[in-house]
Design a protein around this ligand. Structure first.
Ligand code: HEM
Length: 663
């Protein structure tokens, strides 16, 4: 970090920390500035991207101090190179984590017992930094602190983190809220970003930067924002890739293939200029009082609570208070939950929002929470297919779309019987195939053997609504497709008990008394009936206004949603930033990412054989005599000593190597 401080009159200071780009005005009293000729107190973001100018007028009692802070600009080439790094990490998270070379801390929490995980354990898919985790981290970073300060500042609180929840063998319950440690499971993802931030060569197989982002004055917060956007892009690209296929293309199955493709009307944009959280918010890096090592991005400040059990109205208030978002923006941003899964180890919530399509960012989330008739998805046996209600034929085993509902389950791992999760159920027939006879092919968790029977397969060839179809052949089946109260609350108007997180209102029983003699909710679950739809209105002019109507609008039209989602995401990523500058537009989901420009010059790459022999490209006689280089198959394949070979007159086809590039 470079710091220049100059003083050219008793009360005129100029402090410049190289790398600044954006401006904020602060008013300070004159004597704050000039008292005894001392510099004013000012806060410097850790990596030094602050430009602070203090100008005072000797005659004025109050002076305006211009404080300029925020990450240095990126430029398109730097953004493209870092996107390549993110691409590598998201495509190969295990390799990226291995290259970190540090164990990832973990503690198993089972009832009152806390046990450290064994060394060298294999990381679970829930821990690995995949694209959905980068998107989730972006949200958690941008949530403000409980005192209303902060925003997207690349700092998160690690309290309650590194915890894996396991149901207790003795049925001991956890205090309610324990599993809600908002940032749990996100540190490994942040660790990867920290390495990208500080190490220009990380990860392997990605472009090497001339200097690290840290050295270049870019902020961590801008890197985290770029990663969030790129993760969202991956989800959109994944979605469009399945549109031409049958497998995983639920819209083809629904008979509405035109709904599949995301075609946003404008590009998603990356802006720079966010400031990182000040060192005064951070943990002391040398403090060893915790079982985990302190991180450069760890803050000790309490964050605004992110409560998955709250209802639609509280969720909207949260987004209003923390992000200044109205009801439409709230509904739009929550579509991020179409991407990724729950990880029961980290949140005690099970399964996934959209079965079989969790790697796609899409509006199917809204179809599910609007309880639209839908197909249940199967990936086995026999590959991707869907299962619905009656109306089967020998060429269409799926039948008609199935009615859907929620069954709210009490997972019963906390004192208040929580967490509570909304299980998406289908009123459907058994999964059957026809090869001259009807054969049930479902799994044992899909209804009992009476349901998964040849008889029920045959009954389901009757038309939907036929009263002669026995109840035993048309059943409510859950299929690992779930939501939390905040998701369901976008569409349905219920309340919740803040103590336990239990949904209330509608026809939820008033008390949850799960004893042998009295059960508030039969079998710890309840299928709510008669909930009103969520009528809270958005403020803007756009129609429709009510939250439930917006959910239905997004469910019907993928592109109305994506055109609202992208600005909401950009707004989320500007939370707390004073001024941002536009850097880079992502191409549309059907278009390829641009490659960064090739670096000028050629490298003198050596392989292990050369390194073991201790020979160097520029001086090795085999290169000088041209017995290797273009004249050797292995060398041609690996493009070894590219610069020296060219200089020796036996360069590789197409090379022009006037400059040696450092590796
Ligand atoms: C108050 C609002 C929100 C609540 C209460 C909430 C809660 C949760 C919970 C409980 C999980 C499951 C975590 C796990 O089991 O590992 C989750 C996952 C996720 N959240 Fe949210 N979330 C909210 C808003 C958002 C927003 C605004 C975004 C992004 C813009 C987002 C993105 C994600 C993603 C992508 C996942 C999946 C992560 C994975 O696959 O590991 N969430 N969220």
């Amino acid at each position: 970090m470079m710091v220049f401080v100059s003083r050219w009159s008793t009360c005129f200071f100029h402090v410049l920390l190289i790398g600044g780009s954006s401006a904020r005005h602060v008013t300070m009293r004159n004597d704050d500035v000039c008292e005894s000729g001392h510099c004013p107190k000012f806060h410097v973001a850790e990596q030094g991207m602050v430009m602070l100018q203090v100008k005072t007028d000797n005659t004025a009692e109050n002076s305006t101090v211009e404080l300029v802070e925020g990450g240095a600009p990126w430029g398109e080439q730097l953004a493209l190179k870092v996107v390549k790094k993110l691409e590598e990490v998201m495509a190969h998270p295990e390799q990226a984590v291995r290259q970190l070379g540090a164990a990832y801390e973990c503690i198993v929490r089972s009832g009152a017992n806390l046990t450290k995980c064994e060394d060298g354990r294999k990381l679970s898919s829930g821990e690995l930094p995949d694209a959905p985790k980068f998107l989730r981290l972006g949200f958690h970073d941008c949530v403000k602190y409980a005192d209303g300060s902060g925003g997207c500042d690349a700092c998160i609180n690690l309290e309650g983190m590194f915890t894996k929840f396991k149901p207790a063998a003795d049925d001991t319950k956890l205090p309610p809220g324990v599993g809600m440690a908002g940032n749990n499971n996100l540190a490994l993802t942040a660790d990867v970003l920290e390495r990208i931030y500080t190490d220009p060569a990380y990860p392997a197989n990605s472009p090497k930067l001339h200097r690290s982002l840290h050295e270049g004055g870019q902020s961590r917060a801008d890197l985290w924002a770029l990663a969030t956007l790129y993760a969202a892009r991956r989800g959109m690209v994944n979605n469009n890739r399945v549109c031409n296929k049958t497998s995983r293309n639920i819209y083809k199955n629904l008979g509405k293939p035109e709904l599949c493709r995301l075609t946003p009307s404008r590009p998603m944009k990356f802006y720079s200029g966010r400031a990182d959280c000040p060192s005064s918010f951070k943990a002391d890096p040398n403090d060893q009082s915790k079982f985990y090592r302190r991180r450069a991005y760890e803050t000790l400040k309490a964050e605004h609570e992110v409560n998955a059990h709250s209802d639609g109205k509280s969720l909207q208030r949260f987004f209003e208070d923390v992000f200044g978002m109205d009801a439409r923006e709230t509904v739009a941003i929550m579509g991020a939950h179409s991407f990724g899964t729950f990880n029961s180890g980290s949140s005690m919530f099970k399964y996934t929002w959209k079965r079989g399509t969790s790697e796609l960012l899409s509006n199917e989330y809204y179809r599910l929470i609007a309880l639209m008739p839908h197909y249940n998805k199967q990936t086995k046996p026999g590959g991707w297919h869907v299962v619905g209600g009656p109306g089967r034929t020998e060429t269409n085993f799926s039948g008609a779309l199935a009615k859907t509902r929620w069954l709210v389950r009490a997972r019963d791992q906390t004192d208040g019987h929580g967490p509570f999760q909304w299980s998406h159920q289908y009123l459907r027939c058994p999964d059957c195939s026809w090869d001259g006879n009807w054969t049930p092919i479902g799994h044992s968790n899909e209804g009992g053997p009476g349901f998964r029977s040849e008889r029920c397969c045959k009954e389901c060839t009757k038309q939907p609504g036929d009263p002669t179809i026995p109840d035993a052949c048309l059943r409510w089946v859950s299929q690992e497709e779930e939501a939390s109260s905040v998701d369901a609350g976008l569409y349905l108007d219920f309340s919740f008990d803040p103590q336990s997180g239990r949904p209330t209102g509608c026809d939820f029983p008033d008390h949850f008394t799960n004893t042998k003699h009295q059960r508030g909710w039969t079998k710890k679950s309840h299928a709510p009936k008669g909930c009103q739809k969520q009528q809270l209105e958005s403020k803007g002019d756009r129609e429709p206004k009510m939250m439930y109507q917006i959910v239905e609008q997004y469910a019907d039209n993928q592109n109305i949603w994506i055109d609202d989602f992208m600005p909401s995401l950009e707004k989320m990523l500007s939370n707390g930033a004073d001024s941002l500058q536009e850097e880079f537009s992502f191409p549309g989901p059907d278009d390829e990412m641009q490659e960064p420009d090739p670096e000028p010059g050629c490298v003198d790459k050596r392989d292990n054989r050369m390194k073991n022999k201790g020979v160097h490209c520029a001086t090795w006689s085999s290169v000088k005599k041209c017995t290797v280089c273009v004249n050797n198959d292995r060398w041609r394949q690996k493009k070894l000593c590219q610069y020296s070979c060219y200089q020796a007159g036996c360069g590789y086809k197409g090379d022009v190597c006037d400059m040696l590039r450092e590796q």
